[in-house]
Design a protein around this ligand. Sequence first.
Ligand code: UTP
Length: 298
Amino acid sequence: MGRKVTKAVFPVAGMGTRFLPATKSVPKEIMTLVDRPLIQYAIDEARAAGIKEFIFVTSRGKSALEDYFDHAPELESELRKKGKDELLEILKSTNMDSGAIAYIRQHKALGLGHAVWCARRLISPNEAFAVILPDDVIAAETPCLQQMVEAYEETGGSMVAAMEVPPEKASAYGVLDVAEDMGSMVSVKGMVEKPPVDEAPSNLAVIGRYILSNNVLRNLNKIKSGSGGEIQLTDAIAAEISEGRSVYGYRFRGQRFDCGSKAGFLQATVAFGMAREDLKDEFTSYLHDLLAVQRAAQ
Ligand code: UTP
């Protein structure tokens, strides 16, 4: 059985209400960590994992995203004239091969599951595909999706990225019911979206990286609406298990930042700023001084 994953779906049709007023006119995915938009981190991670086709599920008001991946002839010729080769090189990472990128509209924000379902016609029958939520940014030596693709080549089935969370935080996530713990991987016997506190089946939460069998799309077809009135991706993956198909949780190596929340975005900004060769000395010393001043004032 071929277990190559070459397509990734990026659901970016959410309204991003936690970042209003910014997201009134700027898509959340275009907001920048240091100097790169969230979507660039997601694309770089997908490329590292061998993804060749990129499917964006978008909505009204997201045209800045489409422009981001286009060529910018005036800007490029200006930079060329001025001999700014380094900047031209940086711009190259934003370009896509012709035909490698597709945009699908989700006409109503009916949930993550519905957004993934909107991409169904671009995925061949029996083809597995990746899903990346760009607001989960993962700092890792080996990019998270690459780790998962390598593990998936061994297992097949469907796979979700899993992260340990404190019990009181579990109700903010989809949570795995673990059948067998194999270390970096667990086999899953159930999944619950946002369980009430005390009812979480484990402390393993699902975050925004998935490798899904094509059957998950068929399950999404059947699901009307789950938790919170939205069509949940978790429910469609849980249906895989009840139909006897394998689902795995993968404990990735890396640090995940929830850039869909203000606190997470700020933490990521600091962490990525401190990790950048060209900024780290100045930025770290600024943070030290700032903390010293704060401590002295306490
Ligand atoms: P979130 O739950 O973070 O929702 O979606 P949101 O709309 O982006 O942000 P808030 O909560 O209003 O601040 C998780 C991911 O699922 C996508 C989002 O774009 C994000 O990548 N999504 C969500 C859709 O594509 N469509 C939907 O109907 C819902």
